[in-house]
Design a protein around this ligand. Structure first.
Ligand code: 13P
Length: 247
């Protein structure tokens, strides 16, 4: 049985003052012990977020693949772990586009996160053009094949399917389309990793709200959500956690 995971991604949002939102999120995490709750925050907020909500899983939004060295402006897995992060996101589409990260980069970051003792949320997702031309499943499958570490297990790796056109737009794929991709990702992971592929969670991300979350969570291969905008306030994030708890 895969436990549901509801993970927030604050992206380049938030401040010390905004960490007050974590109080309500941490309270919900405690109130729904059957659901795993996590929040990835900007690097400057990892340590204060961990101090404010020590019971909550706080994560980084990205790491560099190297353990140390001449990489101005970058952070290693060990650095974010020392600040209090227990996981990192890798391969978010915003980084694949803005920082031109390749599948090989994402693979190296996932490996580095694991080596550094972090959980890893690895993001995949097609563009609107790729979906319109019927290539969504092929694109996501090939992204997975390039970035999936060969030693991945459900203990440390989580996949997030985030169609780029659904991020921050209020648009979402139909439940049928979501299940089709998640089912294909599951089949590919089992193909590549054997039984371990059954235990790796697959989150849906892209305009998830308290209103549509339950519909997504009811799908057999949707094991939770990666949430952007609606994770910035407890008022919007907690209903998604409640939906994952089946309430
Ligand atoms: P939104 O929930 O704001 O669409 O963002 C999704 C996302 O990119 C999470 O990583």
């Amino acid at each position: 049985m895969r436990r549901k995971l509801v993970a927030g991604n604050w992206k380049m949002n938030g401040s010390l003052a905004a960490l007050a939102e974590l109080d309500g999120i941490a309270a919900a995490a405690a109130a729904y012990p059957g659901v795993d709750v996590a929040v990835a925050v900007p690097a400057t907020l990892i340590a204060p977020a961990h101090a404010r909500a020590p019971g909550l899983a706080i994560g980084a939004e990205d790491i560099h693949p190297a353990p140390s060295g001449a990489h101005t402006g970058c952070l290693s897995a060990a650095m974010v772990a020392e600040a209090g992060a227990t996981f990192t996101i890798v391969g978010h589409s915003e980084r694949r586009i803005e920082q031109r990260e390749s599948g090989q980069d994402v693979w190296a970051k996932a490996e580095a996160g694991h080596r550094g003792g972090l959980g890893v949320i690895l993001c995949l997702g097609e563009t609107d053009v790729e979906r319109a031309s019927g290539r969504a499943e092929r694109v996501v499958s090939s992204q997975l094949e390039r970035a999936l570490p060969g030693d991945a297990t459900g203990d440390w790796l989580t996949i997030a399917y985030e169609p780029r056109w659904a991020i921050g737009t209020g648009l979402t794929p139909t439940p049928g389309d979501v299940q089709a991709i998640h089912g294909a990702v599951r089949a590919k992971m089992v193909d590549l990793l054997g039984d371990a592929g059954h235990a790796i969670r697959i989150l849906y991300g892209g305009s998830v709200t308290g209103e549509n979350a339950a519909r997504m969570f009811a799908l057999p291969d949707v094991d939770g959500a990666l949430v952007g905008g609606a994770s910035l306030t407890a008022a919007k994030f907690v209903p998604i956690i409640a939906a994952a708890a089946g309430l």
